[in-house]
Design a protein around this ligand. Structure first.
Ligand code: NAP
Length: 284
């Protein structure tokens, strides 16, 4: 009797050796006893369209797309989810029932799911529906879309390059406002949630230097940088008695929807999974 072929998925990027996605998906494949694989694919930009077009032929159920291919995937897939449409970038591809190649962006629900799991579902109300997002790059766009979907009523965006913050306002002008860095104190005094989406605080970058003393005492500080796990921003938030949320949870939660689509099981983000990736990140 012939055995059904194991389901194959991938993460594609250039370079890709640093990606922790195979560790995450490998953990889930073992945990759920699934006969499948999830491998790294290093594909240069000029070869990416062919790579995507030949997925079916090469036996893939789908995969993750990372830097520098997220915008190219957005242009190349046949069907976009409404969320990917808004974000303008695709990080997860899969086939629908008609065999069409679809693109989704799971960074937005990944960020929100991590907040829900860490803080409890009522965090938006406790923060009076107000968030301040620092940065306006690709990750910020996904997070702003996630915050809108989650029902926040006021979202301030401050970025070194003001034009990029202005571009995010178009997502929902009634709820989003762009700020200059010099306007931060006013926004900080109102924010129930502060999110760093800039590269500041990451290994090799300067720390994000802002005065957290202006935040309301019940404010939550989230940093999506996860190398190091405890950024100077999070350390300073905790030193002030504020709740801090690190960036690893977003990385783990953004992986779950793809796994469910390719392998048919909704995976759980557990302390064991987190411990495995923390161990891989090495001493902090
Ligand atoms: P990106 O599109 O390149 O955007 C980078 C952002 O950082 C921009 O807002 C940029 O401001 C700002 N920035 C960079 N250097 C700065 C500096 N010296 N001073 C002030 N602002 C500075 O990158 P991205 O994809 O959004 O990623 C941003 C960060 O999020 C990275 O650290 C990345 O590792 C992390 N990330 C984490 C996850 C997760 O799952 N936890 C997911 C995605 C990304 P300008 O517009 O002025 O250049």
């Amino acid at each position: 009797m012939s055995r059904a072929a194991a389901t194959q998925a991938f993460v594609v990027g250039h370079p890709i050796a640093h990606s922790r996605s195979p560790l995450i998906h490998g953990h889930w494949l073992a945990e759920y006893g699934i006969d499948g694989s999830y491998t790294r694919r290093d594909v240069a930009p000029e070869a990416f369209p062919d790579f995507l077009r030949s997925l079916r032929r090469n036996g893939f159920a789908g995969g993750n797309v990372t830097i520098p291919h997220k915008e190219a995937a957005f242009r190349l897939v046949e069907v976009l989810t409404p969320r990917a449409q808004k974000i303008g970038a695709v990080n997860t591809v899969f086939f629908d029932a008609e065999g069409r190649l679809c693109g989704d962006n799971t960074d937005a629900p990944g960020f929100i799911a991590h907040l829900d799991q860490s803080l409890g579902a009522d965090w938006p109300e406790r923060g009076r529906g107000t968030a301040l997002v620092l940065g306006a790059g690709g990750a910020a766009r996904a997070i702003v879309v996630g915050l809108i979907e989650r029902g926040l009523s006021r979202i301030f965006v401050a970025n070194r390059t003001r034009d990029r913050a202005e571009a995010l306002v178009a997502l929902d002008p009634a709820r989003i406002a762009a700020l200059d860095w010099s306007d931060l104190p006013v926004a900080l005094s109102q924010a129930g949630l502060l999110v760093n989406t800039t590269a500041l605080g990451m290994v090799g970058h300067p720390p994000l230097a802002i005065d957290l003393g202006i935040l309301p005492p019940e404010a939550v500080v989230a940093d999506i940088v996860y190398a190091p796990l405890e950024t100077p921003l999070l350390a300073s938030a905790r030193a002030r008695g504020l709740v801090g949320v690190d960036g690893l949870g977003m990385l783990l939660h953004q992986a779950a929807p793809g796994f469910a689509r390719w392998f048919g099981v909704e995976p759980a983000v557990t302390p064991a999974l987190r411990a495995r990736i923390v161990a891989d990140l090495g001493p902090q």
